[in-house]
Design a protein around this ligand. Structure first.
Ligand code: MGD
Ligand code: MGD
Ligand code: SF4
Ligand code: MO
Length: 680
């Protein structure tokens, strides 16, 4: 690929939601940091530092592929696009617009996602979603309902001022490394208390003052007990409760039934540790909550977050610097993919598709009215593949590895009449496609991405796509031109951003030029000088002055666990990213070990005759995997942990596809499994 022209320009890391500034560096022939809005001292983590290895990788897709007699063979763009057009036209004319579905990409820009959701809606379906569904859809649902905005309430900058951090079900030391090292750790070293709620001890726990090793799936009893301690010991913020909160009496009555010791035991933590942690949070002048997948990815994910919101309201920890409830978002643009409407129930700016005024407003810009019936979510769509959905476009996602109940997902993908994948590599999903389109990597594209603390930043090309590969935005616009009657002939990021501004109230005051090499933060209404940092200061984003305390009952996990079984929970490590489609291809990252093992407690291992580093079989009714055992007291008894970064072992064969009833997020963090020595 050395024949591509390269010009180093300031862009944004393609991996996590921190949004560090990176650029190509000619002297080291790799990516380095620049002093971006978040990584102001140019700091980056191992993934950012190896990001160029992906751009220049020999396995990059460089020409379109189509399936002929069962095999994927190289073809021209014209043939590939013709195949998609004729298949989709036939499917839609035979079975209607809801017989096609679109997976947008949280790894890709606002402009690309905006075009894809508009394309779906122009065809006449709201079947468009992105993998925000799999991360924080539950968090967004709870926060939108109670506070009026599903995003970090605070900014990284002001969170440095907190006196206590409550990190629940997140491991920022590994998953948001630059936030942890450059914002949280300096405060912790300066005396800020860190409370970590996580069934495992990991790099975040190692800096914690209090560790609550919760049993997976039992966060609600733990949080309710903490709320009871706060109320009993009069650690509430009376003035805030009087002014900004409703429902105190009903909530107090609900807590009367809560027994702190009993709930602590149910949650698997020491009552005294729980009481100390509750006091540490409530006593702090400013206390900030961070929340992650350990909370959101449960069949009760929305309720988990509702329970957390109670803590912030009781103690007046919202609407001020150094406080709030802060979901640490996943990919570099998962916040933005939702903002621009790549979701089945809302239009750009989170306006409901069932709201006639919202539809009319976008119709004023689009020239057509979007359909009024909410579409299906990602997991619901895969379940309909081969049933009511026959054609799908999967843009920058790898569901064959990352969706729950992977054996079922793979069967369903194979049942589609026409599966189109737009990606950089022949992923496990692309291998099942009818048409594979070669897209553009981070270093090849322009456009904007929105990071975890609502900062919209610009990407800039450092080089061109390799071979016949094309810019994602151009490909999506081409598909729009061919599949709809609407004009998609303008594939310039700057002009698409202009259109986004016109339909997305939160971005209305921004400008592409104005963002420059800095950032602009939403909400940024038209006519103001800058976006708003701390949300909910005088009133909530809901438009109300108050938010409600809410009684949240514990619900048992869906998978009952017998005496012989253990609970499998899943997650991440610093050096791998999601399906591993990119990071498994980095020679540097795969040399960092420990990312494809099963953590098991020494007592559980001994009972099963399992030795450290031996190969074990992990199984349940959905499937099985073989994996190396890492016998370690870092994981609580009765629980085992594995990452989902590999296609082998494919850990998602074991996860279940029960969905949270509100947000439709799958249960990734609690599956019953047997673990046994593999027969030699
Ligand atoms: N290095 C790296 N960084 C990433 C990613 C990556 O793949 N690799 N992915 C990005 C994406 S898309 C996302 S969404 C974020 C996710 O970032 P995190 O939310 O930090 O991700 P996880 O590791 O899935 O889960 C966090 C923790 O939840 C704990 N946990 C498991 N079950 C429970 C439970 O029942 N209750 C509680 N309280 N905790 C539990 C796990 O032990 C784990 O340490 O990371 C982003 N950043
Ligand atoms: N067991 C278990 N499973 C999980 C989770 C868990 O905690 N446990 N977490 C869930 C979560 S939070 C998430 S977000 C999902 C992630 O699930 P996915 O989104 O499926 O995972 P990624 O590996 O991020 O997939 C991104 C794909 O986009 C491609 N890509 C990257 N950049 C570009 C680009 O610029 N252009 C194009 N065209 N393609 C690009 C990559 O090659 C890759 O194939 O996994 C979910 N699955
Ligand atoms: S912290 Fe996240 S955004 Fe920053 S370099 Fe690492 S992966 Fe990239
Ligand atoms: Mo995610």
């Amino acid at each position: 690929m050395a024949d591509r022209p390269i010009e180093p320009r300031k862009t944004v890391c393609p991996y996590c939601g921190v949004g560090c500034g990176i650029t190509y560096d000619a002297s080291s022939e790799s990516a380095i940091g620049w002093n971006g809005p978040v990584n102001t001292r140019r700091e980056i983590c191992p993934k950012g530092a190896t990001a160029w290895e992906i751009v220049d990788h020999e396995e990059r897709l460089t020409e379109p592929l189509v399936r002929e007699s069962g095999e994927l063979v190289p073809t021209s763009w014209e043939t590939a696009l013709d195949r998609i057009t004729s298949s989709f036209e036939r499917i839609v004319s035979e079975s209607g617009p809801d017989s096609v579905g679109f997976f947008a990409s949280s790894n890709c820009t606002n402009e690309e996602n905006y075009v894809l959701q508009k394309l779906a809606r122009a065809i006449g379906t709201n079947n468009v979603d992105n993998c925000a569904r799999l991360c924080h859809s539950s968090t967004v649902a709870a926060m939108r309902e109670r506070f009026g905005a599903g995003a970090m309430t605070n900014t990284l900058e002001d969170l440095r001022e907190a006196d206590a951090y409550l990190v629940a079900g997140a491991n920022p030391a590994e998953q948001h490394p630059i936030i942890f090292r450059s914002y949280l750790l300096p405060a912790i070293q300066n005396g800020t208390t860190l409370i970590h709620v996580d069934p495992r001890e990991n790099d975040t726990t190692r800096k914690a003052t209090h560790h609550l090793p919760v049993r997976p799936g039992y966060d609600i009893p733990l949080i309710n007990a903490a709320a009871k301690v706060i109320l009993e010991e009069e650690l509430t913020d009376g003035a805030f409760l009087a002014d900004r909160v409703t429902g105190l009496d009903a909530f107090t009555a609900f807590l009367e039934e809560v027994d702190v010791d009993e709930n602590a035991r149910l949650a698997g933590v020491e009552p005294a540790t729980l009481r100390d942690a509750a006091r540490a949070y409530a006593d702090a002048e400013r206390a900030a909550i961070f929340t992650g997948m350990g909370m959101s990815q449960h069949h009760c994910g929305t309720d988990n977050v509702h329970a957390l919101l109670n803590l912030a309201l009781l103690t007046g920890n919202v609407g001020r610097r150094g406080t709030g409830v802060n979901p640490l978002r996943g990919q570099n643009n998962v916040q933005g993919a939702g903002d621009v409407g790549a979701l089945p129930n809302v239009l750009p700016g989170y306006r409901d598709v069932i709201d006639a005024d919202a539809r009319e407003d976008v119709a004023g810009v689009w020239g057509f009215e979007p359909p009024d019936r909410p579409g299906l979510t990602e997991v619901e769509m895969t379940h309909e593949f081969g049933e009511s959905i026959h054609g799908a476009v999967i843009f920058g996602e790898n569901p064959a590895v990352t969706e729950p109940n992977a054996n079922r997902v793979r069967d369903q993908l194979d049942r589609l009449d026409c599966l189109v994948v737009l990606d950089l590599f022949l992923t496990e999903t692309a291998e099942r496609a009818d048409v594979v389109l070669p897209g553009s990597a981070w270093a090849e594209k322009g456009g904007t991405v929105t990071n975890t603390d609502r900062q919209v930043m610009r990407m800039r090309p450092n080089t061109e796509p390799p071979g016949e590969a094309r810019l994602d935005l151009a490909v999506l616009c081409d598909l729009g031109q061919r599949l709809t009657d609407v004009s998609f002939d303008d594939a310039e990021p700057a002009s698409v951003f202009e259109e986004i501004r016109r339909v997305l109230p939160q971005y209305a005051g921004m400008s592409y030029e104005g963002i420059g090499t800095g950032s602009q933060r939403w909400p940024f209404p038209d006519g103001v000088d800058e976006g708003i940092g701390v949300l909910h200061t005088d009133q909530f984003e809901s438009g109300r002055k108050t938010a409600e305390l809410r009684a949240i009952d514990h619900v048992d996990p869906v998978d009952p666990v017998s005496d012989e079984e253990l609970v499998l929970t899943t997650g991440r490590v610093i050096q791998q990213f999601n399906s591993g489609a990119l990071t498994r291809r980095s020679g540097t990252l795969v040399r960092m070990r420990g990312d494809d093992v099963l953590q098991i407690h020494p007592d559980d291992a001994e009972r099963r005759g399992i030795a450290d580093e031996s190969t074990v079989r992990v199984a349940n009714g959905r499937g099985e995997v073989t994996v190396e055992a890492d016998v370690t007291p870092a994981i609580r008894r009765g629980t085992v942990f594995a990452t989902f970064h590999y296609a082998d072992p494919l850990v998602n064969r074991l996860t279940g596809d029960t969905l949270d009833p509100v947000a439709k997020i799958p249960e990734y963090k609690h599956s019953a499994v047997t673990v046994s020595v593999t027969p030699s």
